[in-house]
Design a binder for this molecule. Structure first.
Ligand SMILES: Cc1cc2nc3c(=O)[nH]c(=O)nc-3n(C[C@H](O)[C@H](O)[C@H](O)COP(=O)(O)OP(=O)(O)OC[C@H]3O[C@@H](n4cnc5c(N)ncnc54)[C@H](O)[C@@H]3O)c2cc1C
Length: 398
């Protein structure tokens, strides 16, 4: 297998790089470079800029506003966005519910939702997980009772990322409680403004509000908002989760954080020399860099495989990318944190404390929150333990 990029792919990388350099607003770039999570405004603005080229939904067919990119081109685009650094297109819209509606939605749903999903005029959130239904998602209990041309939905969702920004939620509900676990589940599109929907924040360890609980109390959802057939939701969920794992290696994201750690290490001292010249720091940096290179090559092999004869099937090797990618991302965030020394303590300076911090690097305080949040990467998108189970079964045949 030839893993070198073709001349056309190299030209595409240049085109993406130029576009980002010209169009990415500096306030967004510098906010992300300092290690802060993007705001809603950052995500919406940048998603719409990408959409002017069809790059917010790059893998969608052109007919629905995508750019019809190949898997390798899409990988290049994702990497360049991470390297900028810029926010990625809203994953719930472009990689999750969009492809599901294209594949299984009604013509009416395609016309109503796809253009708005592509331009982030509608923000979707993902209502899958519930208390006691995370890794074992098929145990979900949220009930949808049919009442004429509506479903009446009652239950609770949890860990719903950015539900507080969302206009709509794609939601798994149980429509046949008598059937066995995986059967009897349907997928509904729920307008977050419907009476009975309550969103409550969960503050995470980085001090930010990313996550929520969503309570559904007798929420009336028109039957035409069901995606595909009743009781076939599990099939659509599996299709959607296969898409979720695309790009999960986050090679570009780790590379960008590594370059930031390197930059910081030139600004602080280890004894009399800059930290960047310290042999222990250099060794840690080199080890991560080598592992990252190996991951990049593995990713290319997986993506090149997808471009060939396995194109329509999820490749179990994506689980390798998830596990290794998140481990390396966490290692890079830890290294960046170490470069700030005690200044990387997550404090919110107030009054006099801010003056005391003047002696320490200002950038330090942003690093611990992003390190803490990096721990979540090995849980969301299917926890790493579950990925290892998949590898044990499907690759090693254990
Ligand atoms: C930051 C973040 C954002 C998220 N966003 C969303 C979202 O937007 N929408 C949504 O629906 N969900 C979201 N989730 C939920 C996420 O999908 C679940 O947290 C994940 O699937 C794990 O489920 P759980 O938390 O219930 O843990 P559990 O399933 O209870 O697992 C607990 C631990 O046991 C391990 N474990 C469980 N079963 C097995 C097994 N069979 N073999 C070996 N080990 C096992 C797990 O790996 C884990 O370490 C998010 C989670 C996080 C952390």
């Amino acid at each position: 297998m030839d893993l070198r990029l073709t001349a056309k792919e190299k030209r595409f990388r240049e085109e993406v790089r130029d576009f980002i350099a010209t169009n990415l607003p500096e306030d967004i770039r510098s906010h992300l470079r300092a290690g802060h999570p993007p705001t809603k405004d950052h995500i919406v603005r940048w998603h719409r800029i990408l959409n002017t080229r069809g790059w917010a939904t790059a893998h969608w067919p052109k007919e629905w506003g995508g750019a019809g990119l190949s898997p390798v081109e899409r990988m290049i685009l994702t990497e360049e966005i991470f390297l900028a650094p810029a926010p990625t297109p809203l994953v719930f819209n472009s990689s999750m519910i969009g492809p599901v509606i294209i594949q299984f939605g009604s013509e009416e749903q395609k016309r109503q939702f796809l253009p708005k999903i592509a331009n982030l005029d509608i923000w979707f959130c993902q209502g899958f997980s519930e208390p006691d239904a995370g890794s074992d998602l098929a145990s979900l209990r949220t009930l949808a009772r049919r009442d004429g041309d509506h479903y009446v939905v009652t239950g609770q969702k949890i860990w719903t990322t950015m539900a507080h920004h969302a206009d709509w939620m794609f939601c798994l509900v149980r429509t046949d409680p008598a059937a066995k676990k995986q059967v009897g589940i349907s997928m509904l599109l729920i307008d977050m403004k419907t009476p009975g929907v309550t969103v409550r924040p969960i503050m995470s360890i980085d001090g930010h509000h990313h996550l929520n609980e969503v309570f559904l109390d007798e929420v009336r959802v028109p039957v035409e908002n069901r995606v595909g057939e009743e009781n076939k939701g599990w099939d659509y969920a599996k299709f959607l989760l296969g898409h979720e794992r695309t790009g999960i290696a986050g090679v570009g994201r780790s590379k960008e954080r590594l370059s930031y750690a390197r930059e910081l290490a030139t600004q602080v001292k280890a004894g009399k020399r800059p930290l960047a010249e310290d042999p222990c720091f250099r060794e840690q940096l080199a080890l991560i860099e080598a592992d990252l290179k190996a991951l990049e090559i593995t990713q290319l092999r997986v993506v090149a495989g997808h471009a060939g004869h396995h194109a329509d099937k999820p490749d179990p090797l994506t689980s390798v990318l998830k596990v290794r990618g998140t481990e390396l991302y966490q290692a890079v965030c830890e290294l960046a944190c170490r470069s700030a020394g005690p200044a990387a303590i997550a404090i919110q300076p107030a009054g006099g404390a801010a003056d005391e911090l003047d002696a320490a690097p200002r950038w330090g305080a942003a690093l611990a929150p992003s390190y803490f949040y990096s721990r979540a990467a090995s849980i969301y998108g299917g926890s790493n333990e579950i990925q290892k189970n998949i590898l044990a079964k499907t690759v090693l045949g254990l």
